[in-house]
Ligand binder design. Structure first.
Ligand code: KIV
Length: 272
């Protein structure tokens, strides 16, 4: 029987580690609000990520940079209220941890205390080592994030595939090893060659979860708005859309408008 199905009431870091060891793939999606989180949890998702992609899909910003710690906490509180089983990870937003490990520790503690989430995620490798160490020393589980790290978009200049060159690929493997040795419980790899994703997953003992990192990693994550087709202009190769909700919702709302205008809604049965 799969590790996740074995009468497990709550997914923990130990369950995720057992899944890696037994070769069971980990499923992860983003969530930012109560209603969607409730559906994803009922469906049996293993990890819910309160991603700073909320800055894009919830707030309409072009990048993840503007979202604040308080806004992340608000989203995380809504998700945590909905969840019975999934492990909830929250992104530390841009500016809440880089270059200052005391600030990083305080940001992580605020998220854990005020939202009730189970872990935090930080973007970067060796350059954030001190922050990762201090957060871990407070007993807060940390998920790493390497490859395309959207908080550094103005350094990269584009959202194209990372680590295609040997030097960057080697650095990424070293960063992954460092994060695993420090005690991170998992690492997200974003938009890198599939072969490198597999190599990283084989090089570290902790789960490696990919988004555009191929099938050789230990699990997959997508932004839920993309999976459901609520977004329609974002079409990277790694994305599989399971629904086209933009059109479905638009059609429903057009029918509603038409029924209101014509007086068809409400009918006799829909009033007191
Ligand atoms: O914020 C986010 O949605 C993420 C995923 C892309 C992994 O970090």
């Amino acid at each position: 029987m799969s590790v996740a199905k074995k009468d497990i009431k709550r997914i923990t870091t130990h369950v995720l580690q057992a899944m890696k060891e037994q070769g069971e793939k980990i499923s992860m999606l983003t969530a930012y609000d109560y209603s969607i989180a409730k559906i994803l949890d009922a469906a049996g998702i293993d990890i819910l990520l309160v991603g700073d992609s909320a800055s894009n899909v919830m707030a309409g910003h072009e990048t993840t940079l503007p979202i604040t710690l308080d806004q992340m906490i608000y989203h995380a509180q809504s998700v945590v209220r909905a969840v019975d089983r999934a492990f909830v990870v929250v992104d530390l937003p841009f500016g809440s941890y880089q270059g200052n490990s005391t600030k990083a520790l305080n940001s992580a503690i605020s998220i854990m205390k005020e939202s009730g989430a189970h872990a935090v995620k930080l973007e970067g490798g060796a350059e954030i080592e001190e922050s990762v160490r201090r957060i871990l020393s407070a007993g807060v589980p940390v998920m790493g994030h390497l490859g395309l790290t959207p908080q550094s978009i103005y350094k990269f200049g584009t959202y194209s595939v990372r680590a295609k060159e040997e030097a960057e690929a080697q650095q990424l493997i070293e960063d992954a090893r460092l994060l695993a040795e420090l005690g991170c419980f998992a690492i997200v790899l974003e938009k890198i060659p599939a072969e490198l994703g597999k190599k990283v997953a084989e090089s570290v003992h902790i789960p490696v979860i990919g988004i555009g990192a191929g099938g050789g990693v230990d699990g997959q994550v997508l932004v839920v708005h993309d999976l459901l087709g609520l977004t329609k202009d974002f079409n990277p190769r790694f994305l599989r859309r399971y629904l086209n909700l933009f059109e479905t919702v638009q059609n429903a709302v057009e029918n509603y408008i038409s029924d209101v205008k014509s007086g068809d809604f409400p009918s006799k049965d829909e009033q007191y």
